[in-house]
Design a protein around this ligand. Structure first.
Ligand code: GTR
Length: 326
């Protein structure tokens, strides 16, 4: 786990290099767990270019990719404290902090990626972005995270019964622990960066993720059975520290918000291409992919999860509006 001192040292070292190279007045430091070139990293870089152009070099972004600033849960705290200016993360690690983020993280809440886009681009999405305001953050935009499915090192999962007794890593969200328990398996919340070695050493049997993450993390090398049950379509989010945002003029704040929105279609195109590339790479590597799976028992098993987490009238209303979105 990286502490504030380590994060500050990484930021200062890069600030020294950046000031020699670029003439930006303010360089916003943005965190990402993924490697350089991954669609989320490329999209924030594209947003940085837009900012630089639209502010005549007043504002730039430097993306600290590959978890240089730490794992998601820690970098979220650093962003709330204002140590990190921007952060691109999954909504999952926000679930325990901001209740509205649980709703698009509910298993099988979206019928398709198109349905997710429609919801997140609309009023419900805006309501969720606004919810970050009460947590020292500014919600800027949602990115794609595909659909997440289980992979493991032990055996092909062909039905829900095959999950029994297996141990899966989940993102650090209580709801995902309950989701896995409701399916009859065991869940261990753990930072993304620890998953590869934990599967390799047998601490866990597997995890769950989308094609690009399964590929880029190398998890497919140690967990060769991938079952496309698609239990989650969790969007990713780009947030800014309220401290950093409040330092900007109203004009620059509007430019930041617009550039973030304009990076969304860029991200979606990169994502769609990357999903196909990653799927091809993983198939080529000889992974066993189970596509023919009846999702009905998985969906039915989620009733207690909805009952436990969708409790207040506000959250119930959000679920109803999502379900009513065509
Ligand atoms: C990826 C996501 C990351 C991170 C990771 C995880 O799909 O892009 O932000 O949340 O999953 O499983 O921790």
């Amino acid at each position: 786990m990286k502490n504030v001192k380590t994060v500050m040292a990484a930021l200062l070292a890069s600030a020294a290099m950046a000031s020699a190279a670029a003439a930006c007045e303010v360089t916003l430091r943005s965190s990402d767990t993924h490697p350089d070139g991954y669609p989320t990293v490329a999209a924030v870089n594209a947003m940085g270019k837009m900012l630089e152009e639209r502010t005549d070099g007043r504002l730039c972004i430097e993306v600290f990719h590959s978890a240089q600033l730490g794992q998601e849960k820690d970098t979220i705290e650093q962003t709330q404290f204002g140590v990190i200016d921007m952060n691109r993360v999954s909504l999952g690690p926000f679930n325990n902090i901001i209740e509205e983020t649980q709703i698009p993280s509910l298993p099988y809440i979206f019928r398709s990626v198109e349905h997710m886009h429609k919801v997140m681009d609309g009023e419900v999405g805006q309501q969720i972005l606004d919810a970050f305001n009460d947590h020292d953050l500014v919600g800027l935009a949602f990115y794609d995270g595909g659909s997440r499915s289980f992979y493991n090192s032990q055996k092909p999962i062909k039905s829900m019964d095959d999950l029994a007794g297996l141990k899966f890593r989940v993102m650090q969200s209580d709801m995902f622990v309950d989701m896995v328990s409701a399916l009859g398996a065991n869940a261990t919340p753990m930072p993304y960066g620890e998953v590869y070695s934990s599967i390799q050493t047998g601490v866990i049997d597997g995890a769950e993720n989308n094609w690009p993450s399964y590929d880029s993390s190398g998890h497919f090398e140690v967990a060769k059975y991938y079952t496309l049950d698609q239990h989650l379509i969790v969007p990713e989010v780009l947030v800014m520290s309220k401290t950093a945002f409040d330092k900007l003029s109203a004009e620059d704040q509007a430019i930041v918000r617009q550039a973030a929105r304009d990076s969304v279609p860029v991200m979606r195109d990169l994502w769609a291409a990357r999903e196909l590339e990653s799927e091809a790479r993983v198939r080529e590597a000889g992974v066993e992919i189970i596509t023919d799976i009846d999702k009905t028992p998985f969906i039915d098993a989620m009733v207690p999860v909805y009952e436990k987490y969708v409790t207040s009238p506000k959250l119930k209303d959000m679920v109803a509006r999502i379900q009513a979105t065509e």
